[in-house]
Design a protein around this ligand. Structure first.
Ligand SMILES: C[S@@+](CC[C@H](N)C(=O)[O-])C[C@H]1O[C@@H](n2cnc3c(N)ncnc32)[C@H](O)[C@@H]1O
Length: 331
């Protein structure tokens, strides 16, 4: 029997076929147009993803990266609520469905899935590529505008991935409040920029005020120890570049790193990480320097040396974004 295809691979294959038949130059132009639109004034009054070329460009160019970022956030969530499996999922501003792929890659099995977005061409394409993933074949793709009258049906998990950036401040608040009212667990992912982090922190504050606890990345549900304007909490997910990426960005690098900020909050009992590695670890001769966000609400640098034995080995394997120390079975 053939081994099942990993979701990231299945997604790449489904996306590769999208651009079949489209001359490479035209595909690259569609991506350029999209990037220019995203650089323009957002929020907008109408969808940026207007037609199939826009959406195919978005999916082929951005979806592998947003999938990996959400996947990373969900892994950290799953570690903090190890016995939980969402029984339903609503992806708001879900576009072509990157977060639905990430949820189905994190938790086996099927569940009712609804993707909400105001861009019909994005929903149509999302439905088309989801046909390649059995767990998503019955997903509902529903046209919805995030605005004053947004309400969400009750569900276990709401994801909001790379969407807050496109909304006005009142709509961001409405969306987070609607998510908090509908779901047990809410995951918000934004670009790993100072502005993305600021939007995540605003959402985090609202979720805490609604009675949620933080599952990840923070080791506590108190205020973020970062002094506003001095730094921003963000992480990095490795993404295999497609040939379209190489074409648009030039160079021959096989990978690129997607920077993202996120918060996963829940009403369930949680066991957050004891502390979290918040920068790329620095490996020196005989020692590893780890920048940690700790449960006592402090940011600290710790040095792990050879004298620490197994912990030193674990530190050499530790990655930006990991829980620290790893659980006993991993050291
Ligand atoms: C950058 S894309 C992210 C798509 C997807 N969540 C992902 O992670 O790949 C932002 C999505 O938000 C949707 N969006 C933006 N403003 C919206 C609004 N007011 N109502 C509904 N959808 C909106 C866009 O159509 C687009 O699909």
């Amino acid at each position: 029997m053939n081994a099942p295809v990993p979701p990231a691979e299945a997604l790449r294959t489904a996306l590769a076929t999208l651009l079949d038949g489209l001359p490479p130059k035209q595909a690259a132009q569609a991506v350029d147009r999209l990037i220019a639109n995203y650089r323009g004034a957002t929020p907008t009054d109408a969808p940026i993803l207007r037609d199939r070329a826009d959406v195919a460009a978005y999916a082929a160019y951005r979806m592998p990266a947003t999938f990996e970022a959400v996947r990373s956030a969900l892994d950290a969530l799953a570690a903090a609520v190890p016995d939980w499996v969402p029984a339903g999922h609503v992806d708001v501003g879900g576009g072509t469905g990157a977060a639905t792929w990430a949820v189905s890659a994190t938790w086996d099995g099927t569940r009712p899935v609804t993707v909400l977005d105001w861009a019909e061409p994005a929903l149509a394409l999302g439905r088309e590529i989801a046909a390649a993933r059995p767990a998503l074949r019955d997903a509902r793709w529903q046209r919805t505008r995030i605005g004053a009258d947004l309400t969400l049906d009750r569900t276990d998990l709401v994801t909001v991935s790379y969407v807050l950036n496109e909304l006005t401040a009142p709509d961001r608040d409405r969306l987070v409040d609607a998510a908090a009212a509908a779901a047990q667990t809410v995951v918000i992912v934004e670009a790993g920029t100072p502005d993305g982090y600021a939007r995540v922190i605003e959402a985090r504050d609202r979720l805490l005020a609604a009675g949620f606890h933080i599952a990840a990345p923070c080791p506590h549900s108190a205020a973020c120890p970062i002094v506003p304007g001095t730094d921003w909490c963000h992480f990095s997910a490795r993404v295999r570049r497609s040939s379209l990426h190489r074409q648009v960005k030039g160079g021959s690098l096989a990978y690129e790193d997607e920077k993202f900020s996120y918060v996963a909050a829940t009403r369930l009992p949680v066991a957050p990480a004891p502390s979290r590695v918040v920068r790329r670890p620095q490996i020196r001769k005989g020692q590893v320097l780890l920048d940690l966000c700790e449960a006592d609400e402090q940011l600290r640098r710790t040095t792990v040396t050879k004298r620490h034995g197994d912990l030193y080995k674990a530190a050499r394997d530790a990655d930006w974004g990991d829980a620290w120390p790893p659980c006993a079975s991993e050291t």
